[in-house]
Design a protein around this ligand. Structure first.
Ligand SMILES: Cc1ncc(COP(=O)(O)O)c(C=O)c1O
Length: 354
C-alpha cells in the first residue's frame, strides 16, 4: 500500500474499521498444542458454519495499544498484563492458554511488519486486538478440540482521546452485566452482546455510556460498558480515590491497575471499596466528591460529568474535567507516548523499530 493511500485511510479511522495489512495466526489442537504460528496478509477467514466459537461463544479477546514514542520507536503498553488476562479469560471458558512469551512475540512480529501504521500524532494509536476462539466444527456442547488465535491491529483516534467531553452516564437498573460466579472478570465475547440493548437505551436518553450495578442488590456501582470507574473524594490538593473492588464481576482493567500505581506515586491513596448509588449521589450533593472518571485502554481517562437514573440526574463536581482527573490522564498519556520516564517498566519497546 502506498504511503499516500495509508495516510488517507488513517485520517478518519473510527474504531476497528481501518485494519493494518497483516495478521498473526496460531492454531491449537488437542493433539499438537500450539502450532503453525504465521504472519500473513490480512484477509477474510474461511470458517466452518458449524464452528463452535460462533454458536456457543467460546471466544475471548484482548485490547492493548501501540504508540510511537518520543524517540521514534514503537512502544506497547503492558502487553504482558494483557497476555496474562487473556490466559485467565481462556481458563474461565475452558480454553487453552497462550503462553505470555508467544503473545508478546506475536505483538512484535505484527508491529515490525506494520510499523508504518503506528500513528505518530499524540492522541492517535494503533489498537491491537488479540482474539482466541473455538474453530472446531463440531456442535457437541463441550470444550472444543481446536482453537485459533488471531492478532489484528487497527488505527484509532481513541474513542474519547480528542473529544474529552465529560460523559453523561446512564445507571442501568433493569439489566445486569455480571453476576457472582459468572464470567464478569473474563474478557469474553459473551459479556458484551447482552450490554448492547442497554447501551442503546442509554443513547435514547442522551447518555454516552451505561453504568453497571451489582446483580444482587442493584445498588453498588461496578463499572461501565468497557471501562472501570474511579471516584475522587476530598479536596483536589489531598484527594483520595475510590474504585470498586475486583470481586469476580468486574473486568480487572490494566488502566485501572496502572492508575492506582500512578496515583500512589502522586501521594494519593486509592481505596478499593464499594460505592453505592445513594453514596455517589449524596457525596456529589454534599460536595465531598468533585470528580469521577472512567478509564480503559480505549477511553484512556475520561471524566464523568452527569449521572442519569430513572428517577433523577445529578452533576459530578462542576460537570467538567477536574484537576485530579487531568493529572492522572496526563501522567498516563506521557507514559504511552514516551514523554515521561517509564519508572514502572510498563512500556514494551518493539525490537527493530528504532
Ligand atoms: C468491561 C470492561 N471494563 C473495563 C475495561 C478496561 O480495561 P483495560 O484498562 O484493561 O482496557 C474494559 C476494556 O478492556 C472492559 O471491556
Amino acid at each position: 500500500m502506498t504511503g499516500e493511500h495509508r495516510a488517507e485511510r488513517m485520517r478518519t479511522p473510527g474504531f476497528g474499521r481501518v485494519l493494518t495489512e497483516h495478521i498473526v495466526s496460531i492454531t491449537w489442537t488437542a493433539d499438537r498444542g500450539w502450532h503453525d504460528a504465521v504472519l500473513r496478509p490480512y484477509d477474510d477467514l474461511r470458517l466452518a458454519p458449524a464452528c463452535v466459537g460462533l454458536h456457543y461463544g467460546q471466544s475471548v479477546f484482548e485490547g492493548l495499544k501501540a504508540y510511537t514514542l518520543a524517540d521514534g520507536r514503537v512502544g506497547v503498553f503492558r502487553p504482558d498484563a494483557a497476555a496474562r488476562r487473556m490466559r485467565r479469560s481462556a481458563r474461565r471458558l475452558a480454553m487453552p492458554q497462550l503462553p505470555e512469551a508467544v503473545f508478546v512475540d506475536a505483538v512484535d512480529a505484527l508491529l515490525q511488519a506494520d510499523r508504518a501504521w503506528v500513528p505518530s500524532r499524540r492522541g492517535q494509536s494503533l489498537y491491537l486486538r488479540p482474539l482466541l476462539f473455538a474453530s472446531e466444527a463440531d456442535l457437541s456442547l463441550r470444550p472444543a478440540h481446536e482453537y485459533t488465535f488471531l492478532l489484528m491491529a487497527f488505527v484509532t483516534d481513541g474513542i474519547f482521546e480528542h473529544q474529552v467531553k465529560p460523559l453523561r452516564v446512564w445507571l442501568c437498573e433493569d439489566h445486569v452485566r455480571a453476576a457472582p460466579g459468572g464470567t464478569g472478570e473474563a474478557k469474553c465475547a459473551g459479556n458484551y452482546a447482552p450490554t448492547l440493548l442497554s447501551q442503546q437505551q442509554a443513547k435514547e436518553r442522551g447518555c454516552d455510556q451505561v453504568v453497571w450495578l451489582d446483580a444482587v442488590e442493584r445498588s453498588w456501582v461496578e463499572e461501565l460498558g468497557g471501562m472501570n470507574i474511579f471516584f475522587v473524594m476530598g479536596p483536589a490538593e489531598t484527594p483520595r480515590l475510590v474504585t470498586p473492588p475486583l470481586g469476580g464481576t468486574i473486568l480487572p482493567g490494566v488502566t485501572r491497575d496502572s492508575l492506582i500505581t500512578l496515583a500512589a506515586d502522586m501521594g494519593w491513596p486509592t481505596l478499593q471499596q464499594p460505592m453505592s448509588v445513594a453514596q455517589w449521589r449524596a457525596a456529589c450533593a454534599g460536595g465531598e466528591m468533585l470528580e469521577a472518571f472512567a478509564c480503559g485502554t480505549a477511553a484512556v481517562v475520561t471524566p464523568i460529568g452527569t449521572v442519569v437514573s430513572t428517577s433523577d440526574e445529578w452533576v459530578v463536581g462542576g460537570g467538567a474535567m477536574g484537576p485530579v482527573t487531568r493529572r492522572l490522564r496526563d501522567a498516563l498519556m506521557n507514559l504511552h507516548y514516551g514523554t515521561a520516564p517509564d519508572t514502572h517498566g510498563w512500556v514494551h519497546v518493539v525490537p527493530g523499530t528504532g
